[in-house]
Design a protein around this ligand. Sequence first.
Ligand SMILES: Cc1cc2nc3c(=O)[nH]c(=O)nc-3n(C[C@H](O)[C@H](O)[C@H](O)COP(=O)(O)OP(=O)(O)OC[C@H]3O[C@@H](n4cnc5c(N)ncnc54)[C@H](O)[C@@H]3O)c2cc1C
Length: 334
Amino acid sequence: MKVVENQSLQGLNTFGVVAKTRYLTSLNGLDDLPQYAEWLSANDVPSLVLGGGSNLLFKNDFTGIVAKVDLAEKSLIDSDNDFYYVQAAGGENWHQFVRWTIDQGYAGLENLSLIPGTVGAAPIQNIGAYGVELVDVFESLQAFDLQTGEVREFSKEACQFAYRDSFFKSQAYGRYIILSVTFRLAKKTDWKLNYAGVKDQLEGEPTARAISDCIMAIRQSKLPDPAVIGNAGSFFKNPILDKSAWETLRAQNENLPGWEQPENTMKTSAAWLIDQAGWKGHREGDAGIYKNHALVLVNHANATGADLWGVAQQVIYSVQDKFGIELEPEPRVL
Ligand SMILES: Cc1cc2nc3c(=O)[nH]c(=O)nc-3n(C[C@H](O)[C@H](O)[C@H](O)COP(=O)(O)OP(=O)(O)OC[C@H]3O[C@@H](n4cnc5c(N)ncnc54)[C@H](O)[C@@H]3O)c2cc1C
């Protein structure tokens, strides 16, 4: 394991903001893990596990060590009458892995096509898109515990998946490095086509490849490409409200969207709230809200992390003021 000092993070975050880390290392194999744990106990600095940097905002330089997970490998590890069990290492590129499963004839991940980042980060916020979440196809994961130095297996229940959340994003933040994820992909296909116009835009019979292609095309038409305009996808989570609070707000705002959730709650649309508060397309220097999607905070060129966070905070205050709802950022803000 090699540790280098004073490294730029600009190419390692999809906002493309200029930031530096005091130390940077790459975890390429399982042998690196005990060495990394030892390094951390010998050097009393903050640590950050990094995948593709597509769900992070660096407001400042990082004063500790960034460990980039570069573990690679993917294979079919088992199958039974109903499922294929496919395992991928934490450093595998998520979208390339999804397309690889399709090439092998395994269906189930197609709706999650073109989400940036790595396999190891996917469970952190239970990634989701177009009516499917990671939890729907998840079997188990293996993670290295930086406190005990042991590798531990986590079942679905132990991961405590919720909407854009998990055990790893909340209670255990920073404690585990996710080494590999095992997916349970059903042999009997159950296409999810009812979300955001997928059915209308799909050409011909549904297949995993056709759905993946269709979702890639929809996403490319709606979301900015981080290689062109820096962003981290949706910057705000959709708020979950008590049903009675949602009904009160709906009485004052007849177009307020709402989707039934468990335990008498409703999810509403952060994009709608931000749009109504007048922020869509807003720009301050190079920081702004994307003109085609109110959830996406964008770096048009040279915005700093502080500039972007400044715009995000104004959006949060303004939505709180207008609707009494406190928006929560989806990415990790550092
Ligand atoms: C254009 C765009 C579109 C997006 N669309 C979606 C979408 O549709 N749905 C969605 O859910 N998300 C979406 N995202 C957000 C993002 O792609 C996902 O959250 C993705 O899983 C982040 O992966 P990453 O490897 O880049 O994680 P990073 O940004 O590197 O890290 C995110 C968090 O995970 C932790 N982490 C990363 N890897 C590991 C590991 N191996 N072990 C332990 N902790 C780890 C980090 O410490 C950090 O807290 C989008 C982002 C962009 C830029």
